[in-house]
Design a protein around this ligand. Structure first.
Ligand code: ZN
Ligand code: ZN
Length: 297
């Protein structure tokens, strides 16, 4: 899979007002969608280079340049096919654009400097790439960028259950069963509105254990391994997502095909723990649905 480099000069035009605020809030929201111009108004060429159009699912790397500094400052995933759009930051004629779901935006100043990029991924002309809004790079360069990112990124604030965004190929993310559905803020809200915020496997409630500061905190786990999802799959936030505490969530992901909630409960029961909560009919139905989708019994 190719990747796309998105050049961004904060000093030219009004390309991304409020970047710092968005970067601050991204940790809580998980993903931030933004329209990005990838070419002029006509044609959607394929291949690589400036003017070529990235495919949905490709890694998108935000490259800062200009007076503010230069370097690799963010990662996202191309979330749409190219389309024509006019709007904020896109002056004059409609231009070819894609939606990008950004999942990491480093604070201005924390970018990975160009000399480190150039040493780790010498295949790309970084200065030239930063000066165009969009440039598609081939697979070998995409891999080199991913490696530099994985080595240089401060991983301190990242969720230990999930790999740091951008450090694995997108198709490998599917293979290891880690799902970006777990980071979709809308799906999360719907799931928790239905299931509540206690762990579906052990019953742990952060509010009960930590008081008001713990209210609303819980991980959300996707019951259906992403590898099993067909191309037409649409997320059902109530049936396909469950709240899990970070302990149970980490245990669920200890197996490549995640352990089911029923398996986690059985583990705890075998280990001597009495189940901490009564399973609701909805939870049982959701688990039955997940097993059906998985083709097991
Ligand atoms: Zn738990
Ligand atoms: Zn999970």
């Amino acid at each position: 899979m190719v990747a796309v480099l998105l050049g961004w000069n904060p000093g030219v035009g009004d390309t991304w007002p409020g970047y710092s605020r968005v970067a601050d809030e991204l940790g809580a929201a998980g993903v931030y969608r933004r329209v990005w111009p990838t070419g002029p108004g006509t044609g959607t060429g394929t291949g690589t280079g400036a003017g070529a159009q990235p495919e949905p699912g490709a890694d998108a790397w935000l490259l800062l340049h200009g007076k503010t500094g230069s370097g690799l400052i963010g990662h996202g995933v191309v979330a749409s096919a190219p389309y024509l759009a006019a709007g904020p930051g896109l002056e004059g004629e409609p231009r070819t654009c894609v939606d990008v779901d950004f999942d990491v935006l480093l604070p201005l100043g924390d970018q990975i400097p160009v000399d480190i990029l150039a040493a780790g991924a010498p295949l790309t002309d970084w200065s030239a790439a930063a000066s165009v809004a969009s440039q598609v790079v081939p697979e070998d360069q995409a891999r080199a960028i991913r490696d530099v990112w994985a080595e240089s990124l401060p991983a301190d604030e990242m969720d230990p259950v999930l790999p740091v965004p951008g450090t694995l190929p997108q198709d490998a993310l599917v293979r290891v069963g880690v799902s970006r559905y777990e980071r979709d803020p809308h799906a999360r809200r719907v799931c928790l509105a239905h299931h509540g915020t206690s762990c579906a496997a052990c019953g742990f409630s952060f509010e009960a254990a930590y008081g008001p500061e713990g209210e609303g905190f819980i991980h959300v786990h996707h019951l259906v391994p992403a590898a099993q999802l067909g191309p037409g799959y649409e997320l059902d936030p109530v049936g396909d997502l469950v709240p899990l505490c970070p302990n149970c969530h980490a245990m669920a992901h200890r197996r490549r095909i995640p352990y089911t909630v029923a398996e986690l409960r059985a583990m705890r029961s075998r280990a001597g723990y009495i189940g901490g909560s009564v399973v609701s009919q909805q939870e049982l139905d959701a688990q039955a649905d997940a097993r059906r989708i998985l083709g097991s019994t």
